[in-house]
Unconditional design. Structure first.
Length: 411
């Protein structure tokens, strides 16, 4: 990159290529409406199993995981499903990881077993499970292009990968689960912020809650961060430090917004002293965030592109990678605790998009599992010229890790 600030031909070509690829994605997302459907939404939720009584019990051994959702359920069929429409209210339930289910003789499908719970009964069961696990709870919020099936699958994988002993909850908002519906997903995510922040507030104020491990992926970070900020300002007992371990995986968040507003509030001096920290997983090979970067015009927190060409030139002159990251909050430097840690997974990126390294790449999976379990400095990281940024080094040529077995740890 030259000192005039003009991008290189390579950069221009890359932007042009992604712009061309994005055109049908943008056009389809902007002009294709979300259809209401042929059935009144009220009919979907009319059956009793959509509205369980407090006396109705769910087999926790069969469905060990918890969910909260604002999706519209379909209770008209034998097997309850969760649609991509907005629901009429927040619903609670239990689920299990994917299983092969026989829908008709000789034909099986991969499905998520689930059942709704009465909200009061759900909170009672959650509190009981948390008490048995020293008050620890894992809360996962998915990102763009997810269905209830995929977010349930990922929640189950995260809990197994980290060998998490407390209850695991997924919060499922009405993502469309479709490539061409990014604008719709953004709209529904913002629509759901009120629901999520009220839920997070209640979870944080639960008497048995001692530590919330809050994980978001991609667009989910834009739901999580303002909600944490809301709880910090409004929690009745004045203490929101139970939201202590926040993990943002491939966050589709404006980097400058994060630095200026979000980090200063969420990572305040007092909260960091109470063990609040944020871990970010980022990659310059993340194609999904590269596209989001191009659409929004400014770098995303999970995609360390240098917006400032002079800064990029300086890094190049120092023989350093041309990657720019969110800055560590200055006011926390006097505290002997890391408020913000960024892990660059570029060298170990896997998959078609490089957007889910935490569940697909063995080194990233190991690091992520350690962070979920509270480790501050897991083995295998390499330091950089920035004290709060680390990289995961490339896998040695003679090392052939079984990514699938490591990342999809079986019970």
């Amino acid at each position: 990159m030259n000192l005039t600030g003009l991008p290189t031909l390579k950069r221009v070509a890359s932007q042009a290529r992604w712009t061309i690829l994005a055109l049908p994605w943008l056009i389809a997302g902007c002009v294709t409406p979300v259809e209401y459907g042929e059935i009144p939404h009220s009919a979907y939720v009319a059956p009793e199993r959509c509205n369980p009584a407090a006396s109705d019990q769910v087999d926790s051994n069969d469905k060990p995981l918890f969910f909260v959702t604002s999706r519209l359920p379909n209770c008209l069929t034998e097997n309850i499903s969760l649609l991509n429409h907005r629901g009429d209210k927040i619903r609670y339930g239990r689920f299990a990881g994917p299983r092969d289910v026989e829908r008709e003789p000789g034909k099986t499908v991969r499905a998520i077993p689930l059942a709704f719970s009465d909200s009061q009964q759900w909170w009672t069961n959650l509190a009981s499970n948390m008490k048995a696990a020293d008050g620890r709870v894992l809360l996962y919020v998915h990102g763009y292009r997810e269905t209830f099936f995929t977010s349930s699958r990922d929640t189950d994988q995260i809990a197994r990968l980290a060998n998490f002993t407390g209850p695991a909850i997924q919060y499922s908002w009405p993502s469309q689960g479709a490539l061409f519906k990014y604008p719709v997903d953004e709209t529904n995510m913002y629509w759901d912020e009120r629901n999520f922040r009220k839920f997070l507030m209640q979870l944080a104020q639960l008497e048995t809650t001692k530590e919330i491990v809050l994980i978001s992926h991609s667009l989910g970070a834009r739901l999580v961060l303002p909600s944490v900020e809301y709880v910090d300002r409004n929690v009745s007992n004045g203490d929101s430090s139970v939201i202590s371990n926040i993990i943002l995986v491939s966050p589709d968040v404006d980097t400058q917004d994060f630095e200026r507003d979000i980090a200063e509030e969420i990572l305040s001096d007092r909260r960091v002293r109470n063990d609040r920290r944020i871990t970010v997983y980022a990659s310059i090979k993340d194609r999904a965030l590269s596209l989001s970067d191009g659409i929004h015009g400014y770098p995303r927190l999970g995609y360390p592109r240098c917006f400032d060409p002079f800064k990029a030139a300086d890094l190049k002159a120092r023989n350093l990678p041309e990657r720019c990251y969110a800055a560590h909050p200055k006011y926390t430097e006097v505290i002997d605790k890391a408020a913000l840690t960024i892990i660059d997974t570029t060298a170990v990126s896997r998959g078609r998009t490089g957007h889910s390294n935490y569940l697909q790449s063995a080194p990233a999976c190991r690091d992520f599992a350690a962070v979920v379990n509270g480790e501050r400095k897991p083995e295998g990281r390499q330091s950089t010229h920035l004290g709060h940024v680390f990289t995961l080094p490339p896998i040695a040529k003679d090392d052939k890790p079984d990514h699938l077995a490591i990342c999809r740890r079986k019970e």
